[in-house]
Design a protein around this ligand. Sequence first.
Ligand SMILES: Cc1cc2nc3c(=O)[nH]c(=O)nc-3n(C[C@H](O)[C@H](O)[C@H](O)COP(=O)(O)OP(=O)(O)OC[C@H]3O[C@@H](n4cnc5c(N)ncnc54)[C@H](O)[C@@H]3O)c2cc1C
Length: 279
Amino acid sequence: MKAAAFDYERPPTLERAIELLRAANGDAKVLAGGQSLGPMLNLRLATPRLVVDVTRIPELRRTADERDAVVIGACVTHADIEDGRVPDATRGVMPGVARAIAYRAVRNRGTVGGSLAHADPSADWPTALAALGAEAMIAGPAGRRHVPVAEFLSGAFESTLAADEILEAVRVPKLSARARWGFHKVCRKPGKFAEAMSAVLWDPDRGVRRAVIGATDSRPITIGDARGSVDRSRGGGADALSEHAVAAMLDGAGLGGDSYSRRIHLVSFRRALAQIQST
Ligand SMILES: Cc1cc2nc3c(=O)[nH]c(=O)nc-3n(C[C@H](O)[C@H](O)[C@H](O)COP(=O)(O)OP(=O)(O)OC[C@H]3O[C@@H](n4cnc5c(N)ncnc54)[C@H](O)[C@@H]3O)c2cc1C
């Protein structure tokens, strides 16, 4: 199938892109790497009157190395992160996540902003960036606002972005030298979306013990009481990775699903925890 006819604009500034979205009154789509929007247009799951290509806007490719964080423009590609062409706040965590996304051809075009804005719960960045404590930086007609990535997705394929807003960048806090990271996903082969995904960050110097479960039916789940589990895991206590304790925690966090899905999420979470234990 081919895409339905649409108008195409490639504005040079963020202000002009927002103006175009506003004038389209909800009947426009932003285009970044096109790795998700392209198939949606071709399958006519999306039939916008206007497509606004944002890949020529300099602000969306900008990176900034701040004192305690790195800002990464929304149009930075997975390959830019994988290859270290942008500063890394995460001591290798983000390049590692990028490297495991799909295939190189997808990573060459797919962007970190497009991945978040698409809001697929099985995608890697929503879970990884939520666990890293990143913020989404959003620009719209009313100005700029920041939202924690953990709250940016409001459901499967739904986000807090309004139709006339653009995701400008993500702000990723710098990890301390003692930080440990665990990330595990279950997918049948590279390029297939994950059936379960877990990210765990232990950064005691910043008081962070965060766990996020992705590839759920809705938005990724941030576990509020990961502190006990993560600390016990680091200490290697006998009950640290007990199946029962972890299953109870996932239940408490609201993980639903059938028994197969619950089982693979449980395994994925325990393997992510084991990574911080062993490093
Ligand atoms: C074969 C294949 C395998 C894949 N496997 C994986 C995988 O294993 N893991 C994974 O995480 N991802 C995977 N992906 C997704 C891919 O990584 C892209 O990140 C993702 O498709 C979206 O990024 P994009 O830049 O291509 O966005 P686009 O396709 O251009 O846009 C996606 C959506 O986001 C909106 N959008 C894009 N940028 C912005 C912005 N700056 N502001 C507001 N809205 C915006 C668009 O309007 C559209 O609705 C796969 C894709 C393919 C085709």
